[in-house]
Design a protein around this ligand. Structure first.
Ligand SMILES: Cc1cc2nc3c(=O)[nH]c(=O)nc-3n(C[C@H](O)[C@H](O)[C@H](O)COP(=O)(O)OP(=O)(O)OC[C@H]3O[C@@H](n4cnc5c(N)ncnc54)[C@H](O)[C@@H]3O)c2cc1C
Length: 339
């Protein structure tokens, strides 16, 4: 058991923002049994933190108690019928390895979510999404272990309370479960979603047969690589704010005052492009000490090196304040703050 634990572990390479932090005790269980054992033998009064690849985290200080980075591996086809194929994956799998493998098999459903950093286990936590698709659309069930009891349960997607960058695991059950695996239902025939502007434009003059999962994946990767800074080169945690949803009346009033405003009507309310608001508030490419809002993608907060959590929080607060003062819109931070 002790062999599995690392004391006073350095977390600076386990969060893509590159913030300095240590975990009092870090465990990397590779199996369900090992996870159960780590939980059973921990100090029940000390906190438990779960991390994946740290690509959606702001670690604002050292983590007390037990920190778990799951290494449960494995991707497999579970079953299939004429239309669908069911696929299971362990929480420790690198998300894009799962996407690449399913696309290679000719299965459709994950291609729009190509190249999102992080692990499979973290994907349901905030219901990852990109280019018009969310995980919830293909998720069949989530397997979890209850931290307090070690009990394993399966939640069908309908019980996961998925919403825009949200789920029960991030909401009312925060801190209760460790996600150990997922099962997806994918299509055996291409029914790709290319509604997102740049994808629609790319495929506009191509025949329908050219719209394959592989072709969409290739295009999504090209778009992401042209727009988003690679955390391995410039430390960041992806979109730092969610796209705010406001009432249709508020969006109309803003559109009248700012005709360039980028807004997408939703079933209820209107989603505004947070990146546009931040850029219009003057923060694109602007630096505050070692941190900045990225010069190509204003929604991404980057660490040019040597930042501490206070630098990140100061910039985030300044951006929020200016967007509020200029547009009367409140930005909500996307990355999770630990501890
Ligand atoms: C360059 C870049 C681009 C990005 N683009 C996108 C994008 O397009 N769409 C998008 O949705 N996200 C995006 N993200 C955010 C990030 O990739 C996702 O949120 C990803 O799912 C985080 O995975 P992770 O393993 O790094 O989780 P971490 O950052 O380590 O953890 C995130 C949260 O999930 C919890 N968690 C992690 N694993 C588990 C588990 N097994 N059980 C329970 N809870 C767990 C953690 O406690 C934490 O609260 C981007 C990030 C970067 C750096």
């Amino acid at each position: 058991m002790t062999a599995l634990l690392e004391h006073n572990a350095d977390l600076s390479s386990l969060n893509t923002l590159g913030l300095p932090a240590r975990a009092a005790c870090l465990a990397r269980p590779q199996t369900l049994d090992a996870l159960e054992q780590v939980l059973a033998e921990r100090d029940p009064n000390a906190p438990v933190h779960v991390i994946g690849e740290g690509s959606n985290l702001v670690i604002q200080g050292d983590l007390p108690g037990l920190t778990i980075a799951l290494g449960i591996d494995g991707m497999a086809k579970v079953k299939q019928d004429e239309q669908s194929v069911w696929v299971a994956a362990g929480a420790g799998v690198h998300w894009d390895d799962l996407v690449a493998w399913t696309v290679e098999q000719g299965w459709q459903g994950l291609e729009n979510l190509s190249l999102i950093p992080g692990t499979v286990g973290a994907a349901p936590y905030q219901n990852i999404g990109a280019y018009g698709v969310e995980l919830a659309q293909v998720l069949e069930q989530v397997t979890v272990m209850d931290i307090a009891t070690g009990t394993v349960s399966h939640f069908p997607a309908e019980q996961c309370e998925f919403a825009y960058r949200d789920s029960r695991f991030k909401g009312r059950d925060k801190g209760r479960y460790i996600i150990t695996g997922i099962e997806l239902r994918l299509n055996r025939q291409a029914r790709c979603n290319i509604s997102y502007g740049p994808l629609a434009q790319h495929f506009a003059d191509k025949p329908a047969q050219a719209v394959t999962a592989a072709a969409v994946r290739e295009q999504v990767i090209a778009i992401r690589q042209s727009k988003l800074p690679d955390p391995a080169v410039l430390a960041n945690a992806g979109s730092f704010f969610k796209n705010p949803v406001v009432s249709a009346e508020k969006a109309d009033a803003l559109k009248a005052a700012f005709p360039q405003l980028v807004a997408y009507p939703q079933e209820s309310g209107t989603k505004l492009a947070a990146g546009w608001l931040i850029e219009a508030a003057g923060w694109k490419g602007k630096r505050l000490g070692p941190v900045a809002m990225h010069s190509e993608q204003a929604l991404v907060l980057v660490n040019h090196g040597g930042a501490i959590p206070e630098d990140v929080m100061a910039l985030a607060a300044a951006v929020k304040r200016d967007v509020w003062q200029r547009f009367g819109v409140e930005l909500e931070q996307e990355p999770v703050v630990l501890p």
